[in-house]
Design a protein around this ligand. Sequence first.
Ligand SMILES: *Cc1c(COP(=O)(O)O)cnc(C)c1O
Length: 355
Amino acid sequence: MKKHNFSAGPCILPSSVLEKASKAVINFDNLDLSLLEISHRSSNFVRVMEHAKELALEHLGLQNKGYKALFLQGGASMEFLMVAYNFLEHKAGYINTGTWSDKAIKEAKLFADVVEIASSKHANFNFIPKDYSVPSGLDFVHCTSNNTIFGTQMNAFPQTDCPLICDMSSDIFSRNLDFETFDLIYAGAQKNMGPAGTTLVVVKEDVLGRVSRKIPSMLDYRVHISKDSMFNTPAVFPVYVSMLTLSWLKEQGGIAVMEKLNNQKAALLYTEIDRNPLFKGFVANKEDRSKMNATFSLHDDSHADMFDALWKQAGINGLNGHRSVGGYRASMYNALSLESVQVLVDVMQHLENNL
Ligand SMILES: *Cc1c(COP(=O)(O)O)cnc(C)c1O
């Protein structure tokens, strides 16, 4: 039986998507050829790419609003520097809410001035800073909507008079936001969309082209837009699987339906973390808790061996916390069912009742 996969990333994908993807590896579109051995310029694959981009914009409600969707390579980490290449001339503002924001800041500092508008670094990123003001005269403001490692999630975003850029790698398509607030959104596929190897970038076209530097072609968003994400060979398999997941999302009823389910899953688990005297949550303020990645630990580490044995026996995978936080992390991306969360809650209660 398939495990209950709480892995943080790469992570769970819908089983119907995995089945369709595996068929396409053998025989794609009844071509008697594998998806992996046809030209990316064939009409069959061009259709996949176009459909994936359309679906991404459609889910975000950004069709016909001046935005373009791109499927690039290099992961979200490449976007840390692409954003700087394409937008940073004098000074940028970053909200530092975790390891990923911290890494994005490090890249941006190679280019120009960076102000940390707000940070929770001093508290090992266990909360989302809220009382800050955004200075004027910035080239852009960058934030990270969900902190995969520490288990915090932003619910309010800064008001800016410059482009607002957001790394949504680990919560894109999980909840509705006013996506038009953002001028550029990026997300590595492997958290809520597909396999590692492609990164979705959604960018408002009119904010590009404002820096004076020369941008290498592969790092220039305008080059990728003009070539429809086919400037060079795209990651055909990750794009195909992302397209399947985005189609699956549409069949499920879209982001609104997912958000409801994600709220139920998070409520079920956090209620147990708060109720069960053996466990404690990592995040300081309840309103900052991530609905995608719940971080928690045992009060008493001597129960760890028994707890670890129990969840493994129950068919759970990927529950260990990141080494910088310790304890446990339950990642509850779109494809994870409420039943899987119930299995984890049952194990936590079993531990409490059998000590
Ligand atoms: C995983 C993750 C990244 C890094 O993604 P790569 O594709 O491995 O570069 C960046 N930001 C966030 C929020 C993430 O969760």
